[in-house]
Write a protein that binds this ligand. Structure first.
Ligand SMILES: [Zn+2]
Length: 304
């Protein structure tokens, strides 16, 4: 009998903290990752790019309070052409002034410039991790938010034109977030999180340098929460590298305090498949998506 009492005492607070079914499923996020892979490469101008825009808009209309498509013109330095781009913004409680932002890029890279096979470097990549992983987590969160809406305002943003740049040309990357940062749809979020490359099967998440410069309190909060949820082996509270990603224009131009959750060593420091034709589901895992998604879900539920 004694052991039963102990179990009841332990379970009861856990039930109070979360509503039934409000659990982030890695297998559901994996479904959303595979759905994107089925569309093929999703670089601006490709058939897959049009298809994913349609998919995101349909999901946003079914699951969010409002969907806003923000069109603008981007530049592809490889093709040397202007391209029509669209940020897709799914809003919850669009009237609320207190709001947060979660975002990820949905475009994939038009070239595989780091592929070991030189003859295929001019061909587009599938972007399972680089593009697919962040979107898969946001779509899964949207399904949970439909059942249990957030209590504060929330903008879930799918960036376009993040990955068209040439190496060392930072201004050619992050075109969607830079456009948004100069054309913010009000009310403006006070803080935000960018997800990028979070599906790596060999996942290790370190503090990222620019994020620590701009919003150290949120970095520390997220890594502490991850540790409390049992993910201390993945979320390591040490600065490892700096990454020019969508959070940089959001902080520097938009004034939205934003951090980046990214595992830049894909799959690890001894082997790279980033910006190659091996950025496929084979190097990703449902568990990694679940870990990051679960941390974000808990953080969202804490917001009042
Ligand atoms: Zn990339």
């Amino acid at each position: 009998m004694k052991s039963i009492k102990v179990i009841l005492i332990l379970i009861f607070p856990a039930l109070l903290l979360s509503q039934a079914g409000d659990i982030f499923s890695g297998s559901r996020a994996w479904y959303h990752l595979e759905k994107q892979i089925e569309l093929g490469p999703r670089y601006p101008g490709s058939p897959g790019h049009k298809k994913i825009q349609k998919m995101l808009m349909e999901n946003g209309q079914a699951l969010g309070d409002t969907v806003i498509v923000q069109p603008f013109t981007g530049w592809n330095p490889y093709a040397k052409t202007f391209v029509p781009l669209n940020n897709i913004i799914v809003r919850y409680h669009p009237e609320k002034a207190r709001r947060i932002m979660l975002s990820a890029h949905y475009d994939t890279r038009p070239v595989a410039d780091l592929d070991p096979d030189y003859s295929r470097r001019d061909q587009p990549i599938l972007g399972a991790n680089d593009g697919g992983s962040g979107v898969a987590i946001l779509l899964t969160l949207m399904e949970l938010l439909k059942e249990n809406p957030p209590s504060i305002g929330l903008d879930l943003i799918f960036w376009d034109g993040e990955d068209m740049g040439r190496p060392q040309h930072n201004h050619e990357f992050c075109q969607g977030s830079r456009y948004y940062a100069g054309n913010i749809i009000l009310p403006k979020a006070q803080e935000g999180i960018v997800l990028d490359m979070v599906g790596d099967a060999d996942l290790t998440l370190y503090y990222e340098y620019y994020s620590m410069q701009h919003h150290p309190a949120l970095m520390e909060k997220i890594w502490k929460l991850a540790n409390e949820l049992g993910y201390g082996h993945i979320f390591i509270p040490e600065i490892k590298s700096y990454v020019y990603d969508d959070h940089v224009p959001l902080n520097e131009i938009g004034g939205i305090s934003t951090i980046n959750i990214i595992d830049f060593a894909y799959p690890n420091k001894n082997h790279n498949v980033w910006h190659t034709h091996d950025d496929t589901p084979e190097y990703c895992s449902p568990y990694s998506l679940e870990v990051v998604g679960n941390v974000l879900l808990h953080w969202l539920r804490q917001q009042k």
